[in-house]
Design a protein around this ligand. Structure first.
Ligand code: SF4
Length: 1012
C-alpha cells in the first residue's frame, strides 16, 4: 500500500508540481491523476491546486510563463533554511513556498551544487529519485507575511497616548526630520532627537568607564540576519549607541557553559552541540544520545533535516536516545522506540551531576582520552584533542587556582607519580591530591579531574535523585547507557534548560561529552558552524576609516565588564568592602542582554536611556521576568523613568513596537537579501538571497522603498557619521565606494560572501539563472559591484546559497577541527571575581540548588506550600513567536495549553479543560486552559512558547481614523514570559537571572495553578 501511495505521489510530481504537494496526496483520486496525464492538463490537478510551475515534456523541463520561481532565505525560525518561492508574475504575490533541493536543511541528501538546476528540478519529479525538498509548516506559511492585513507599510506617528494604537501616516521625510531634531513632537513637551542625544559628554559623569552619552540611545536588534544586522551595527558603532540583542535573554548561559571546555577564559564564547547522526556518518554515526529539555529536532535544530536524519538513524542504524524533559514530545513518541525520562523542571544540573557521580564511582570515563597531556600524545593515540584532566591546580597560597607550571609556562603533571612537564610525558595521573615539591617550594595540588570528582561527590546520589524526581537507580541506568558506546554518544540541551544555574547545566553537558571523549568525534558531539562572512572580503565593511572603534564605546549599560575597574568599586573599597556590587556585572557573559539594559535604565544605574529603537526583536514579549517598571518606562514617556523617544522599525507591530512614537516600515524576509548560516547545522552553509520580491513598503520622495537600512543611512548622513555616504567603504584594491542605499550595502555583503567562498561555488549557466530568477533577484545589485563580482554572486544565488560538500570526516573525527587542549578545569575563569561574593570564580562546574543573586535559595522565598508546581516551557514545532503573523500558522497551530499530569490535577482539585490561573511570586495571574495528561512529569506544568500575543496584529489599530481590524486568533493562548517573577533579592525590581552569567532565567519556576 505504501508503495502504491508513493507511486501515486510520484505521478503527481511528474506532472511538474515540483513543490510541496503532500497535503494533496490523501485526497487526490487516482482518476484525476490519470486524466491529467491523458489530457496533458498543465492546469490544476485538483480544484484548488495551483497550476504547476514546471512540467516535463519529452524529458525537458518546461517553465510556466505565469510564474517566477526563485530562492530566498526562510525566516519562520532561526534555522534560516533556503526556500524555493513561487511568485505570480502578474500580481507579484507569493503562491507557494517549498524547499531548496540543494540545501541540506531542506532535504536529507541534497543535490550536488555542481548539478544543473534543470536536472535537479527534474529529479524532484522523478519517481526513481530520492530527492525531496521540503520546508516545515512555518516556512511554508511564510509567504503570508507579505500581504498580511496587519502589516505596516507606511511611516506612522502616534496620535494618542503611547500604546493606544492610534496612528497617523506621515511622510518619511517628516519622520526623519523629527526623529533627528526632536522638539515638541507630540504636544507633550520637548523631546531630544538623535542629534542632541549624540553627545561626547559622559553617559555617567561619575564613571567614565561607561563611555559617551550617545549610548543613551539603545538599539534592540536581531543578530541572526547577517547582511542587515551588520548595517545596523555599523550605524550603532559610529553613533556610539548601546546595542542589545535577543540571544542573551534566550539561553545564552548554556552556550557559554559549553564553550568553557574548549577555551580558557573569563568569557570563552559560546557553542552548541548535538549528537552526530548526520547522513554522511551512516552506520558509523552516533549510537546513543541524551536530549535534555528538548527532542532531537525541536528547539532550534532544523527539524527538516534532523527529522529525516533521526528517522534513518533509528530505523536503519539502531540509534537509541533518551529524552530527559518534563514533557513528552513527538520525536520521542509514536513508536520511535526512544526513551522518555520525565524530570522536574529546572533540575537538569543535579541530573547531570548524578550521571557524573555514577561515572566516577564506576570508572566509566574514557581514561585514555583524558590522560593525554599534549597534542603529540593525543595524535599517537589516534585522538584529536588532549585534555587538562591531569594538570595540577594549586590549592593554597597566592597562586591558588592557577595551574602549576614550569618557567616555560608548561603545565606540570604527575606521570606515574613523577612530577613532569606535560609536554615531556604522554600520559598524566588523573586523580592527584597531594603536596608536590617544585622549584624550591612545596605546593598543595589537586589534578583537574580530581577537583571535579571532589565537587561531584560533595553531594550524594540520593540528593541528586531527590532534586530531579528521577530515581537514583534510573540515573545510574542512564549513565551506564551513556558510557556503553565508546565515543559514539553525546548529550545535548536546549533553551529549556535556562534555569538559575543554566551555565552549569551547559558546562556539565560538555564535561560529560568530554568524559567519554566524544567532542568532534564521528558519531559524537558535533557543533554548529558559523556563517560565511559578508563583512570582510573585497569590501572592508568591518572597519570605518577614521571612525570609532570598540575602545571608544566603554562598558555597556548593563555593566558587561570588570566590576573592579568601576568607580563604584573604587569608592566602596576606600570605605570598606566593595562586595557585593550593587548590581550584577556580567563579565562572564558580555552578550548584550537587552532585558538587563532596560532594567539598568529604570534603576538609573549607571544611567538612563533617552531613546530606544527596536528592529526585528521583541524584548517586551521575549524576555522573561521583566518588572512592571520596564513596561511603565515604555508606556509613559513622562513618567518617572519614561523613555522619551521610542521608534519601531517593523513589518508587524510587536508587543515592544506598540509603544513606539514612530513606526518605520520594513521588509519581510522574502523581500530582503540574505547570507545566513543554518542554526543547528554543523555544516558550513549559507542560505543566500537577493531581492526576490519587490518591497511592499512605501517609497520615500527619492523613489527608494523605505527600509531599516534606508532610515539608518539617511539619519547617519544627516548626522555626518563616519562610514556612510560618498566613498565610505574601502575596497581591497585601495579604491572606495559609496554607501547611500540598502541595495549598495547588500551588494557589497553578497560580493564579500561570494568572494570568500570563491571557486568552490558552482558555475552558473544561463539556464540555471533563468530557472532560479537569479538575474531578477539581482536587479538592484548589478550596478553596485563589478561584473566579475556579480558573476560570483550569480553563482551563489543560483543555488540559493552555498553548502560545503567537502568530506565531513577525517578518520574518526570531524574534518577541519583543530586539536585542542580540552578543559576539565578552566583556569582563565578562575582569574575573575564574583561581584557578589568577592570570591574567585570556580574553574570547574559546581552544584548548588537554584539560588538568587544574593545566594539565598529559591525555596527560602518561594515556599512549596504556596507554589507547589514547577513551571517550564517548550518550543512548539509549528510556531515561533513572530510566525503568528503568517495567517496559516494560526490555523494549524491555533493555541497552546497548560499541560499538567492527571495525578497533580487531582491533588489540586482541577479538571481537564478547566480555565485556570497560573500564579507565580509576581502575583500576576495568567489565564489559560488546562489539559490533564499522562505524558508530563507530576508536580509540573509545561507551556508552549509563542502564544498569548497582545500585539502582532491581534488587536485593532487605527490609522488616520480608519480601524484596521486585528486578527483575534493571534492572541490565542497563554504567554509564558510574563509569569516568570523577578528576583526578590536584587537591588530594585529586576529579572531572575542565572547567577553564574546573569543571563535571563526562565525555567523551573515555582507556581500555583488555581481555577479561574
Ligand atoms: S525550520 Fe525554520 S527556517 Fe526552516 S523552513 Fe521551518 S521555519 Fe523556515
Amino acid at each position: 500500500m505504501a508503495a502504491m501511495i508513493d507511486k501515486h505521489k510520484r505521478n503527481i510530481l511528474k506532472l511538474g508540481a515540483v513543490s510541496s504537494l503532500l497535503p494533496m496526496v490523501g485526497c487526490t483520486a487516482n482518476k484525476n491523476i490519470t486524466e491529467s496525464k491523458n489530457t496533458k492538463n498543465t492546469k490544476n490537478i485538483t480544484g484548488k491546486s495551483l497550476t504547476p510551475e514546471f512540467s516535463i515534456k519529452d524529458g525537458k523541463l518546461i517553465t510556466n510563463p505565469d510564474v517566477i520561481t526563485g530562492f530566498a532565505r526562510c525566516w519562520g525560525c532561526f534555522d534560516n533554511c533556503s526556500i524555493r518561492v513561487r511568485i505570480d508574475k502578474n500580481s507579484g504575490n507569493v503562491q507557494r513556498v517549498s524547499g531548496n533541493p540543494y540545501c541540506p536543511n531542506n532535504t536529507y541528501q541534497p543535490a550536488a551544487l555542481s548539478t544543473p538546476v534543470e536536472d535537479v528540478y527534474k529529479k524532484l519529479a522523478d519517481e526513481n529519485s530520492n530527492l525531496r525538498a521540503t520546508t516545515c509548516g512555518r516556512g511554508t506559511a511564510g509567504g503570508d507575511a507579505v500581504n498580511s492585513k496587519q502589516r505596516i507599510t507606511s511611516v506612522l506617528k502616534r496620535v494618542g497616548k503611547r500604546g493606544s494604537q492610534q496612528w497617523q501616516r506621515i511622510s518619511y521625510e517628516q519622520a526623519v526630520n523629527e526623529i533627528i531634531n526632536g522638539g515638541n513632537l507630540f504636544g507633550e513637551g520637548h523631546v531630544d532627537g538623535l542629534a542632541a542625544i549624540n553627545s561626547d559628554k559622559l553617559a555617567n559623569p561619575k564613571d567614565p568607564l561607561f563611555g559617551p552619552a550617545s549610548k543613551q540611545l539603545l538599539f534592540s536588534y536581531n543578530s541572526e540576519v547577517q547582511i542587515r544586522t551588520n548595517l545596523l551595527r555599523r550605524f550603532a558603532s559610529q553613533y556610539r549607541a548601546s546595542l542589545g540583542k535577543k540571544s542573551a535573554y534566550c539561553g545564552a548561559q548554556q552556550r557559554i557553559g559549553i564553550q568553557r571546555v574548549f577555551k580558557s577564559g573569563v568569557f570563552a564564547g559560546a557553542a552548541h552541540a548535538h549528537p552526530d547522526i548526520d547522513f554522511e556518518a551512516g552506520a558509523d554515526g552516533c549510537e546513543f544520545g541524551i536530549y535534555l529539555g528538548t527532542t532531537p529536532s525541536n528547539s532550534g535544530n532544523s527539524l527538516n533535516t534532523l527529522g529525516a536524519q533521526l528517522a534513518k538513524a533509528r530505523t536503519e542504524y539502531g540509534y537509541q536516545y533518551i529524552v530527559v524533559d518534563p514533557i513528552l514530545r513527538n520525536a520521542a513518541n509514536f513508536g520511535t522506540a526512544a526513551q522518555w525520562q520525565p524530570i522536574l523542571p529546572g533540575r537538569d544540573t543535579p541530573f547531570l551531576f548524578g550521571l557524573m557521580h555514577h561515572i566516577f564511582e564506576n570508572d566509566l570515563y574514557n581514561k585514555k582520552h583524558l590522560e593525554n597531556t599534549n597534542e603529540k600524545s593525543a595524535k599517537k593515540d589516534g585522538e584529536l584533542h588532549h585534555t587538562n584532566a591531569s594538570y595540577l591546580i594549586i590549592q593554597t597560597g597566592k597562586n591558588a587556582g592557577k595551574i602549576l607550571r614550569n618557567k616555560q609556562g608548561i603545565a606540570l603533571v604527575l606521570s606515574d607519580g613523577k612530577l613532569s612537564a606535560s609536554d615531556a610525558v604522554e600520559h598524566g595521573d588523573l586523580f592527584v591530591d597531594q603536596k608536590v615539591a617544585f622549584d624550591g617550594e612545596t605546593y598543595d595540588v589537586v589534578s583537574s579531574l580530581a577537583l571535579l570528582r571532589q565537587e561531584v561527590y560533595r553531594t550524594d546520589m540520593a540528593e541528586y535523585a531527590r532534586r530531579t524526581g528521577i530515581s537514583e537507580e534510573r540515573i545510574r541506568d542512564i549513565a551506564t547507557q551513556f558510557t556503553n558506546h565508546g565515543r559514539k554518544a553525546a548529550i545535548m540541551l536546549s533553551t529549556a534548560s535556562s534555569s538559575a544555574d543554566g551555565t552549569i547545566t551547559g558546562w556539565a553537558t560538555a564535561i560529560l561529552n568530554m568524559l567519554i571523549g566524544s567532542h568532534n568525534a564521528k558519531g559524537g558531539a558535533c557543533y554548529w558552524h558559523g556563517a560565511v562572512s559578508g563583512l570582510k572580503g573585497v569590501y572592508d565593511l568591518a572597519t570605518v576609516e577614521g571612525g570609532y572603534g570598540k575602545a571608544d564605546l566603554g562598558v555597556s549599560i548593563n555593566r558587561e565588564g570588570k566590576y573592579e575597574l568601576s568607580a563604584e568599586y573604587k569608592r566602596r573599597k576606600a570605605t570598606g568592602s566593595p562586595y557585593p556590587s550593587t548590581d550584577p556585572w556580567p563579565e562572564t557573559a558580555p552578550v548584550e542582554n537587552t532585558a538587563e539594559m532596560l532594567v539598568s535604565h529604570v534603576h538609573q544605574r549607571p544611567y538612563s536611556l533617552k531613546a530606544f529603537i527596536s528592529w526585528r526583536a521583541n524584548v517586551l514579549y521575549g524576555a522573561s521576568g521583566l518588572p512592571d517598571e520596564v513596561f511603565d518606562a515604555f508606556a509613559d514617556p513622562h513618567g518617572k523613568n519614561g523613555i522619551p523617544l521610542v521608534i519601531g522599525i517593523v513589518d508587524q507591530i510587536s508587543t515592544t513596537a506598540l509603544y513606539s512614537d514612530y513606526l518605520i516600515p520594513d521588509l519581510v524576509h522574502l523581500e530582503e537579501p540574505a547570507i545566513d548560516r543554518h542554526w543547528g547545522s554543523e555544516r558550513k552553509s549559507v542560505s543566500a538571497s537577493g531581492h526576490l520580491l519587490v518591497p511592499k513598503t512605501d517609497k520615500a520622495n527619492d523613489g527608494e522603498h523605505i527600509t531599516m537600512e534606508k532610515f539608518l543611512i539617511d539619519v547617519a548622513k544627516k548626522l555626518k557619521l563616519k562610514g556612510f555616504g560618498d566613498k565610505a567603504i574601502k575596497k581591497s584594491d585601495g579604491s572606495y565606494v559609496d554607501l547611500h542605499s540598502e541595495a549598495q550595502w547588500a551588494s557589497y555583503c553578497l560580493a564579500n560572501c561570494a568572494s570568500n567562498i570563491g571557486e568552490k561555488l558552482p558555475k552558473a549557466s544561463a539556464r540555471d539563472l533563468e530557472l532560479t530568477a537569479t538575474k531578477y533577484s539581482m536587479r538592484n545589485i548589478y550596478s553596485n559591484i563589478t561584473p566579475s563580482e556579480a558573476k560570483l554572486v550569480e553563482r551563489l544565488l543560483s543555488r540559493g546559497g552555498y553548502y560545503d560538500e567537502s568530506p565531513r570526516y577525517n578518520g574518526e573525527f570531524q574534518a577541519g577541527k583543530p586539536g585542542l587542549c580540552l578543559n576539565i578545569y578552566n583556569e582563565g575563569l578562575n582569574t575573575s571575581i564574583d561581584c557578589f561574593s568577592g570570591n574567585k570564580r570556580a574553574g570547574i562546574p559546581t552544584y548548588a540548588p537554584n539560588a538568587f543573586w544574593n545566594g539565598e535559595t529559591w525555596e527560602q522565598h518561594w515556599k512549596k506550600s504556596e507554589f507547589p508546581v514547577l513551571m517550564s516551557s517548550y518550543k512548539p514545532t509549528f510556531r515561533s513567536p513572530w510566525s503568528v503573523s503568517y495567517h496559516r500558522t494560526v490555523e494549524f497551530s491555533p493555541t497552546n495549553y497548560i499541560y499538567m499530569h492527571q495525578k497533580t490535577g487531582k491533588e489540586l482539585g482541577l479538571a481537564n479543560n478547566d480555565i485556570v490561573n497560573v500564579i507565580s511570586a509576581n502575583k500576576k495571574p495568567a489565564q489559560g486552559q488546562l489539559k490533564l495528561v499522562e505524558d508530563i512529569v507530576p508536580g509540573a506544568i509545561s507551556i508552549a512558547m509563542g502564544f498569548g500575543h497582545i500585539a502582532y496584529g491581534a488587536n485593532d489599530i487605527t490609522i488616520d481614523n480608519t480601524v484596521i481590524k486585528g486578527d483575534t486568533r493571534r492572541g490565542a493562548g497563554i504567554a509564558y514570559n510574563p509569569i516568570v517573577p523577578c528576583d526578590p533579592t536584587r537591588n530594585g525590581a529586576s529579572p531572575l537571572v542565572d547567577i553564574h552569567t546573569y543571563a535571563t532565567c526562565r525555567h523551573g519556576i515555582p507556581v500555583k495553578v488555581v481555577k479561574a
